[in-house]
Ligand binder design. Structure first.
Ligand code: NAX
Ligand code: ADP
Ligand code: K
Length: 477
């Protein structure tokens, strides 16, 4: 599991650690890791042209000490001081002593730089880059230099992944002690490039339960349901799908396609697209209306392509886990969901989430973490918010939110969400807890899309077909 923490938690852990080590030791550890990472990105350090963008806080201090280390190895290092009177005093002294120069003309040094270290703001920054930093950040981005963010790209909100003003776009980020939440959540994540974590000894001082977590292959492998020797199709779990309409029969087919690859032993389909479903998937069990007469079902999926058709209340009235997606979410009554004894999983995209909360779509996309938490609280349900960096939150606010690390924007294709809902519903039926079912489904779905896509367009049914490959991939150590 990859863990990320809020700024408040990071600061508390840093304070604890700082009390145990000599003054300045942490910043030296950070700077040493940063200098080593930058050296690794350069063909050679000797003679390389390095520019530091230095703000008024300790983030600038990290950059100055790392710059001093690079200068001692023969790099030509220039510092652009955005607040000359407030630049880290000891860091600046060490930098000058090592042969570093303070740049008179920022744009001249940036134009010929090989690498730029962004030390404008770290976890202390808020509200986007200040106006004086904007032209410098733009010049860095517009140059041929590689831009390396120190701790995080300046201008992003470290806690939420929001980008409220201008933020620097880095090619790589070297972060200290632990991941900050914003590094893993869009839109900020788009600014980070590849993220490298430098160990500064913080780990033992961080709480064991993170604020945000991302599944990795080994976590998924442990959660995937595997049939036991004594299993039969019912013991593996039966997933019921209520989806599709005369207008959108394909959504039913795609949801069933996902469900068939999600580990349940059988898929029951109830709805108006039975002919289309059975024509494509003879292994699906189709049933007449209502869902309650379909036989044993351990989890229901309702909503993809449903239009105005019935089904939502019918499955909410059951006592098994229910996943509500797409059209099923329209006007969904929080009280009806909260009243359920069995778990409910909602899987909105940004537009659906905005409608459920009565806000603009842009607000949802800009503040994904707050949105997923707010929806989970409002509905007393587990919520999977789709889109770039899919997030999953449980109804208990003490449970860490899960962020999916496998997504790809090739998934932005019609019908891929239907595949996801079938897949997640199948994992629910196989017995996974809602948070696990949702986050494992998002993980496999993203991985399947990557495997099927290889950086070329994919159709939703390609994603469904690649799920078994993703499943095997996740189980391969
Ligand atoms: N606390 C620690 O133990 C360690 C901290 N480290 C570094 O210290 C950083 C945090 O340092 P600070 O708390 O000093 O905070 P920062 O250096 O992140 O920034 C705070 C300063 O930036 C200014 N500022 C805030 N928003 C701004 C904006 N939008 N534009 C321009 N300036 C803005 C503030 O007025 C303040 O002077 C971390 O991100 C990390 O890089 C590391 O050295 C590791 C150890
Ligand atoms: N920019 C993106 N980056 C990564 N994944 C995305 C992006 N846009 C959409 N997706 C994913 O694609 C799927 C689309 O689902 P959805 O919006 O419900 O579409 P549909 O209703 O057509 O099936 C979701 O899994 C979502 O997370
Ligand atoms: K920074």
């Amino acid at each position: 599991m990859r863990h990320a923490y809020s700024v408040e938690t990071v600061r508390a852990a840093e304070a604890e650690l700082m009390a145990r080590v000599p003054e300045g030791a942490l910043m030296q550890r950070a700077a040493a890791g940063l200098a080593a990472a930058v050296a690794g990105l350069l063909p050679r350090v000797y003679g390389a042209r390095v520019v530091l963008l230095v703000g008024s806080g300790d983030n600038g201090g990290d950059a100055l000490y790392a710059g001093a280390r690079l200068a001692r190895r023969g790099a030509a290092v220039a510092a652009v001081l955005l607040a000359p009177d407030r630049a880290h005093r000891q860091g600046l002294a060490a930098f000058r002593k090592a042969g570093g120069q303070v740049a008179e003309d920022p744009f001249a040094v940036l134009a010929v730089a090989d690498v730029v270290l962004d030390g404008i703001t770290g976890i202390g920054g808020h509200g986007g880059l200040r106006p004086d930093a904007v032209p410098v950040a733009r010049a860095a981005r517009g140059s041929n230099a590689m831009v390396v963010a120190v701790d995080l790209p300046s201008g992003i909100e470290a806690d939420t992944g929001e980008v409220t003003g201008e933020a620097l776009r880095a090619d790589a980020t070297v972060t200290f002690g632990t991941y900050k939440q914003g590094l893993l959540i869009d839109p900020a994540r788009e600014h980070t490039g590849a993220v490298r974590l430098v160990d500064i000894g913080l780990e033992p001082h961080l709480p064991s339960v993170p604020d945000l977590e991302a599944l990795q292959h080994t976590d998924v492998a442990q959660l995937l349901p595997v049939p036991a020797a004594e299993s039969d199709k019912y013991r593996r779990g039966v997933v019921g799908v209520v989806a599709g309409s005369a207008r959108y029969p394909g959504a039913a087919v795609l949801a069933v396609a996902g469900a068939l690859r999600g580990g349940a032993g059988a898929v029951r389909y109830v709805g108006p697209a039975a002919d289309a479903v059975i024509a494509r998937f003879p292994e699906a069990l189709v049933h007449g209306w209502p869902p309650s007469r379909a036989g044993r079902v351990q989890a229901w999926v309702v909503g993809p392509g449903l239009g105005d058709g019935p089904g939502v209340q019918e499955v909410l009235d059951t006592d098994v886990p229910v996943l509500v997606d797409a059209d099923g979410l329209r006007g969904l009554d929080p009280d009806a969901v909260r009243a359920r004894k069995a778990p409910t999983l909602l899987t909105p995209h940004a537009g659906e989430a905005a409608a459920l909360l009565g806000v603009d779509r842009g607000e949802v996309e800009g503040a994904r973490l707050g949105t997923v938490r707010a929806l989970a609280a409002k509905y007393g349900a587990t919520v999977l918010l789709k889109g770039s960096t899919t997030l999953v939150a449980g109804p208990d606010e003490r449970t860490p939110v899960r962020v999916n690390p496998t997504g790809t924007s090739w998934l932005a294709t019609a019908g891929s969400g239907d595949v996801l809902s079938g897949l997640a519903g199948s994992l629910l039926a196989a017995g996974l807890a809602p948070l696990d079912a949702a986050s494992v489904a998002a993980y496999l779905h993203g991985l399947a899309a990557r495997l099927a896509s290889h950086d070329a367009p994919v159709a939703a049914h390609d994603v469904a077909t690649a799920i078994p490959r993703a499943w095997r991939d996740a189980r391969t150590p």
